[in-house]
Design a protein around this ligand. Structure first.
Ligand SMILES: [Zn+2]
Length: 330
């Protein structure tokens, strides 16, 4: 694994010499591309909101810079419009990019929406609807416990095995990946073990949009899609539970926004064998994955690839972009 400082140096060098830009332009001209960018949070201070550098937060000034670059080199269109054009066999501009946000953080309204509006750019946001009513995402609870605890490590017992998890970036990353594979009851038990005896009080439900704010965000340049109710790992669930999660979030959003909801994003990127059938049955028109890559216009609409956006310099962003576009060559 290359250290971030070295990566940044490589990015800067490639950018300074113009290699990144030439590579990107060369690749953009070669194929019809549709790039879908994936963001979660736009924050004012990344160190405060992402204390373990897990990559879910992009600083507002970096987001502004990224949009400036995208507007110059791409045509920014909302996902639904690209899908409509593809379905109706309408021509698309050569380099299309769509901007997406997952989950439903309040900073999408407070920080992202004004910047998007300033650049006159549209975006889509995919909401796990339980957060509109006070539910807190389990990973935010874990990160909060890690950030606010004083201990060097945590002792967790899972199925008679005791694990020592370090209270640092690698520890929290390991635990989050582990918890993704568990059902919600076991996950809850483990989070309670982490919490035991600790005074963690800050109310995290304020991090997310509520009903009124969701309505407000659509008055900016946002369209809304579903992202289930409770943000589970769908690959662990039986078909009837997948259906409840999808119907629940679709109906809640349709009731609040008084419009049909046709787009979906798979929570955590977990798809499973049955989810696509459920999505088709419920008449969703498209679904976004977390698989990294660039889409062609013949793309399977239920397996749309995306690019997770880094919070880093423009040169590093160009290097990532060039890598993703380059993946088309193989
Ligand atoms: Zn999500």
């Amino acid at each position: 694994m290359i250290k971030p400082a070295i990566k940044e140096l490589i990015s800067k060098t490639l950018d300074y010499t113009g290699i990144s830009s030439r590579k990107i332009h060369g690749m953009l001209n070669r194929y019809p591309n549709w790039l879908v960018l994936m963001y979660h949070r736009i924050v004012t201070d990344r160190k405060q909101y992402d204390p373990f550098s897990l990559g879910m937060c992009v600083e507002a000034n970096v987001f502004d810079m990224q949009l400036r670059y995208l507007k110059k080199h791409f045509t920014v269109l909302p996902v639904s419009e690209v899908m409509r054009k593809i379905t109706q066999h309408e021509p698309l501009p050569p380099n299309v990019v769509s901007i997406t946000f997952d989950d439903g953080y309040k900073d999408n309204l407070l920080n992202a929406a004004p910047i998007l509006q300033q650049h006159q750019v549209n975006a889509s946001v995919y909401i796990a609807t339980n957060i509109l009513y006070g539910e807190v995402f389990w990973w935010d609870r874990v990160i909060q416990i890690f950030a606010e605890s004083q201990c060097a490590d945590f002792e967790i017992e899972i199925e008679s095995t005791t694990y020592h998890v370090r209270r640092d970036r690698s520890g929290v990353e390991w635990l989050l990946a582990y918890l993704w594979q568990l059902n919600s009851e076991i996950k809850e038990q483990i989070i309670n073990q982490l919490l035991a005896g600790k005074n963690i009080v800050k109310d995290l439900s304020l991090l997310y949009l509520n009903e009124q704010e969701l309505q407000q965000i659509t008055q900016y340049n946002f369209e809304v899609g579903a992202h289930t109710c409770s943000h589970p790992n769908l690959s662990l669930m039986k078909q009837s539970d997948i259906e409840s999660e999808l119907i629940g979030s679709k109906q809640t959003l349709e009731r609040i926004l008084q419009t049909e909801i046709n787009g979906f994003a798979y929570p955590g990127g977990y798809i499973g064998d049955q989810t696509i059938d459920v999505i088709k049955k419920l008449n969703f028109e498209y679904a976004l994955t977390t698989i990294t890559g660039v889409n062609s216009f013949e793309q399977n609409p239920y397996l749309i690839k995306r690019m997770g956006m880094p919070d880093s310099s423009l040169s590093d962003f160009k290097r990532c972009l060039s890598n993703v576009l380059g993946s088309r060559e193989h």
